[in-house]
Design a protein around this ligand. Sequence first.
Ligand SMILES: Nc1nc2c(ncn2[C@@H]2O[C@H](COP(=O)(O)OP(=O)(O)OP(=O)(O)O)[C@@H](O)[C@H]2O)c(=O)[nH]1
Ligand SMILES: [Mg+2]
Length: 282
Amino acid sequence: MKTSANLLFIGLPGSGKTTFLAALWHVLSDGSGATSLKLTKLSGDRAYLNQITKEWRECSQVLRTNLQAEQVVVLHLDGEGFGTFDLSIPDLAGEAFKQQLSDRRISRRHDAFVQEATGVMLFLHPDIQKGIQLTVARRLEAELLGVHEEVAGAGADNTWSPELLPTQAKLVELLQFLLERTQRKLRVAVVVSAWDLVDKFGAPHEFVARELPLLQQFLEVNDDLFEYSVFGVSAQGGDITVAAEKQTLLELDDALKRIKVRQEQQTSQDITKPIAWLLGNR
Ligand SMILES: Nc1nc2c(ncn2[C@@H]2O[C@H](COP(=O)(O)OP(=O)(O)OP(=O)(O)O)[C@@H](O)[C@H]2O)c(=O)[nH]1
Ligand SMILES: [Mg+2]
């Protein structure tokens, strides 16, 4: 393996990118967990990592990443079969991906990250937006009755906007942007964040196949362009907006225990697993 690697985290606002990074830094800097990848030395500029990890430890909401405040973190890592290497991960704002969808353009800065990426982590929160059922019948009926029916989520005049696209269509679009800009086969780790909210309902790849069938089929049929695997990651360990759950998380003797990572039927506390999968030789 090369001595440096770059990962690209992509995902809509609130999909769990920063929370993942915060938990990752806690685990790496703590060093006591059984992880595939370990820290060899501390990163030069740790201000951002320390700030988000402090929030994570206190179980408070990490701040939404601001378009102007996107940071690139560099981790010095080592792992069996990997050797030592430097891993760069920009913490990009979901807001930028939203803009990509409405402007149909990728910024030069993001494009440079795409060009350099060794692998991609596609984040999605399980609270996904489904398509709006705008049946012709309902519309016609409303027109016949002369009533102006408001459709949930649409503007008052029912005009369409990219905002109304179902989550799975947005994610396929984001992947298509990547395909347009790369010639290589892309390795994609699909990360379903906040996995604790849905872990009762089967394995992560089953969740994606059931709830986001378009995304799953897009990845599946394009197997000449993608190699992918689906992970369920609970980086925070529970819902911190529920006081009792937050209290339980804060009372754990070791914050490491908050983390759960599931791939197929295997569950562990190794948050470096999706990264090791992306960078590993196969
Ligand atoms: N229940 C639960 N919620 C989580 C978990 N991890 C993240 N969340 C929630 O999911 C949301 C993710 O937020 P962020 O990590 O800021 O997401 P982001 O992708 O960085 O968002 P932007 O910065 O806007 O791009 C927050 O509301 C978190 O509280 C988890 O393990 N469990
Ligand atoms: Mg963020």
